[in-house]
Design a protein around this ligand. Sequence first.
Ligand code: DQA
Length: 145
Amino acid sequence: MKILFLNGPNLNLLGQRQPEVYGKTTLGDIEANVRGKAAKLSGVEVDFRQSNHEGELVTWIQQARGNASVIVINAAAYTHTSIALRDAITAAEVPTIEIHLSNIHAREEFRHHSMIAAVCRGQIAGFGANSYYLAFEAALLLQAK
Ligand code: DQA
């Protein structure tokens, strides 16, 4: 199975960006950790990407159709604005898990609404870098059923 991790804008700055909110772990550290977990299993492939561009994320979601078993997406600020990402997730027909490092529901009101939540299988938010590792486990469970 292939798990596609997609990361939206400003997540390349993890570790330096508001560490009190997002933690000190870099995206590279998270990727290495996820890859380490996958390496211990047989037949689990990980593709891990980040983009600051909405259209690039849309393209990657489109390309996941028929290619990825599960998408794990931290759409970052596009979570709250992007009908394009929502439509791409719907069109891709790949089970998708929405994740956030912070608990978006406990933050500013504009972060409470997710444009993509309704077209995802579920949401994991508020566990810092562990949100990624929990999503990895959730992706395995989705595939196992
Ligand atoms: C985020 C939460 C979003 O509201 C914010 O715009 C981000 C990161 C998170 O992982 O907590 O960039 O998706």
